[in-house]
Design a protein around this ligand. Structure first.
Ligand code: 9Z3
Length: 283
C-alpha cells in the first residue's frame, strides 16, 4: 500500500475484510510513529520500536487462526521476514544461480505463502497517519463486533508540535525551540464509540519499574478497554504484566529458545474467547 492516500487504503481494507466476515480478525499496530519538526521536514521525533513485538505477535495470531490487519510503520519489521537481517549471510550459488538450503529461510517463506491471503499490510509513517488510520480501520471493523481484537503494540508518541507552531523551513541552530504539545490519543472515544464490542488490548512501555503497573491501571481506567500489557524497555522480551480490571498476571519466559509473544497471544486468545462467550450471554 506504499504511497496510497488514506481513502485508497480504506477501500483496500474494506475489500479485504469482506472475505473474512465470519472469522476472528486482529488489528495489530506495530512500530514507532514519526513527528515532524518542520513543515518542510528535515528532522523529526521518532519513537523507539523495531516492530519486533508486532511482527512476532502477528505470526502467532495467524498460526492460531486469526486474520490479521497489520498496521505498521513503513520499513519496520514484518512477520516471517523479521528473522532475516541479511540475505548475504545465506548466499549459496550453484551454476551461477542463487540457491538456498537454509531450512529456516525456506520454512519462513513457506509460512509467508501459507498465510499470505490472511494478512493485509497497512503502512504508516507519521503520528498523524497513524491516528487517522487507526480510527478508519476500527470504523471498518465495527460491524464485526466481538470478533475483533485490537492489539495496540505500536510505540506512539506522547508529544507533537501543532501545525501552527511548526516552522516552515529547516530549524536554524540560533533559534532552537520545540513547542511540544501532548498528543490527544482518542483511545477512549475509539473504545466507547467505534469498537465498543471489540476486545481491545493496549501496551504500556516504561523504563521505571516502580510506576509500570500504576501507569497500566491508569490507561485501563481512562480508556475503558479490556487489557493492558505492561512491559519494561529493558526486559520486554522476557517479562510482561497483563493488567485487567481485576488482577495482574505475570508472564515470564523461562525457555529462551521460545518467544514471549507465543504466550501473550495464547493468553489473549483465551481472554478474547471468554469475551465472545460473555457477550452471547448478555444478549
Ligand atoms: C510497547 O510497549 C511494545 O511492547 C514495544 C515493543 C514498543 C516496547 P519492539 O517493537 O518494542 O519489539 O522493538 N508498545 C506500546 C507503547 C506505547 O506507546 N503505548 C501507547 C501509550 O501507552 C499507545 S496505547 O500511550
Amino acid at each position: 500500500m506504499h504511497g496510497k492516500t488514506l481513502e485508497e487504503q480504506i477501500k483496500i481494507v474494506e475489500a479485504f475484510v469482506k472475505d473474512f466476515a465470519n472469522d476472528r480478525i486482529a488489528l495489530v499496530t506495530s512500530g514507532g510513529t514519526q513527528v515532524p519538526l518542520e513543515k518542510n521536514t528535515v528532522r523529526f521525533i521518532d519513537n523507539f520500536s523495531m516492530g519486533t513485538r508486532g511482527a512476532t505477535s502477528a505470526e502467532y495470531l495467524l498460526a492460531t487462526g486469526y486474520t490479521v490487519l497489520f498496521m505498521h510503520r513503513e520499513s519496520s519489521l514484518l512477520p516471517f521476514s523479521r528473522h532475516f537481517h541479511s540475505l548475504f549471510s545465506m548466499l549459496q550459488v550453484e551454476d551461477g544461480k542463487a540457491v538456498s538450503s537454509d531450512a529456516k529461510l525456506i520454512n519462513n517463506i513457506q509460512k509467508a505463502a501459507q498465510y499470505s491471503s490472511r494478512i493485509l499490510f497497512v503502512p504508516f509513517v507519521t503520528l498523524d497517519q497513524y491516528l487517522h488510520l487507526l480510527e478508519a480501520l476500527c470504523t471498518v471493523l465495527k460491524p464485526l463486533h466481538e470478533r475483533v481484537l485490537v492489539y495496540l503494540a505500536a510505540a506512539v508518541s506522547d508529544f507533537y508540535i501543532k501545525h501552527d507552531d511548526l516552522p516552515t523551513h529547516k530549524m536554524r541552530t540560533e533559534e532552537v525551540s520545540l513547542p511540544l504539545s501532548v498528543v490527544p490519543k482518542n483511545l477512549q472515544r475509539l473504545v466507547e464509540n467505534i469498537v465498543p464490542r471489540a476486545f481491545v488490548v493496549s501496551f504500556k512501555l516504561e523504563t521505571d519499574e516502580s510506576i509500570l503497573v500504576e501507569k497500566a491501571r491508569k490507561a485501563l481506567s481512562s480508556y475503558g478497554h479490556q487489557l493492558v500489557v505492561a512491559n519494561m524497555l529493558q526486559t520486554r522480551k522476557e517479562h510482561v504484566v497483563l493488567v485487567d480490571n481485576e488482577k495482574e498476571e505475570h508472564i515470564r519466559l523461562h525457555d529462551k529458545s521460545k518467544e514471549i509473544e507465543e504466550e501473550i497471544i495464547h493468553n489473549i486468545k483465551e481472554r478474547h474467547s471468554e469475551h465472545i462467550a460473555n457477550s452471547g450471554k448478555a444478549q
